[in-house]
Design a protein around this ligand. Structure first.
Ligand SMILES: Cc1cc2nc3c(=O)[nH]c(=O)nc-3n(C[C@H](O)[C@H](O)[C@H](O)COP(=O)(O)O)c2cc1C
Length: 240
């Protein structure tokens, strides 16, 4: 049975995502199969940086991952970094609580970037905040509940997670592990960074805000980007 996403889903979710994005979003075939690549051959991978510090190490780590993802198939893979730093992403609307009068909400614009028909992969990047994700990351992921309510619109998208801590073993794995179950609730397909290290995602150590100094961490970010891209391509090939 074909399941159409309508503008109502967004309005009910309090998100108000641009109708232009929703019209084309998640087109499904007559057999009810979700089209992974949409109408084009291009596969889009979006990375969302959930540090309140715009353009800092989480953002740079994701940029590195996206560059590696694009190198896998430059003609097929399209990438975009969405930096939540400096944006206002209130969490309360996720619990159906209205915004305060005059309160700014940048989530609808962010959601519209995920609501593109050729979205194939989503990278979530967070700084480690006391061994877990940042408050901004939790607010973002809670607000993404609207995709779940909109007929599991992120179902089948490939998900990978990157975490940056202020020390080597400061809880990067715990932060990654705090995000995985949330992505599972969206029916996303989760991957780690694959070979050669083959663990849970990208784990970086911020030394004096110079993430490039962490050679090992950078290598996990690159591996994660490659792995997400490879699985996106595999899934698109299988969907043909
Ligand atoms: C509230 C808070 C809690 C933090 N807790 C941890 C922690 O548990 N483990 C850790 O390694 N780093 C911790 N850090 C350091 C940040 O994870 C680290 O500086 C990170 O690189 C920040 O990312 P950004 O450069 O993208 O902002 C914490 C920082 C803040 C502000």
């Amino acid at each position: 049975m074909a399941r159409d996403i309508t503008r109502r889903h967004f309005l009910n979710a309090g998100a108000g995502v641009a109708a232009t994005a929703t019209g084309a979003w998640m087109s499904r075939s007559a057999q009810g199969e979700e089209s992974v690549a949409g109408d084009s051959d291009q596969l889009k991978i979006v990375a969302v940086s959930c540090s309140p510090r715009r353009g800092m190490t989480t953002s740079t780590g994701l940029q590195i991952a996206l560059e590696a993802a694009q190198e896998v198939a430059p003609e097929r893979i399209e990438v975009e970094l969405v930096d939540l730093g400096g944006l206002s992403i209130p969490g309360a609307p996720a619990a159906n609580i209205a915004l305060q009068p005059g309160e700014k909400d940048d989530f609808p614009e962010v959601a519209a970037k995920l609501a593109v028909p050729n979205l194939a992969g989503l990278l979530v990047g967070t700084p480690v905040y006391f061994a877990s994700m940042s408050y901004l990351c939790k607010a973002f992921l809670d607000r993404c509940g609207m995709f779940r309510r909109a007929d599991f619109a992120l179902s089948g998208k490939v998900g990978g997670v990157l975490a940056v801590g202020g020390v080597r073993s400061g809880g990067q794995e715990l932060a990654i592990g705090s995000i995985f179950p949330i992505l599972m609730c969206q029916e996303m397909v989760l991957v780690g960074e694959g070979r050669p290290t083959g663990h849970f995602g990208a784990r970086l150590w911020n030394r004096d805000d110079d993430i490039l100094a962490d050679e090992f961490g950078v290598s996990t970010a690159q591996a994660l980007g490659r792995r997400v891209a490879e699985v996106c391509l595999e899934r698109a090939a299988n969907a043909r």
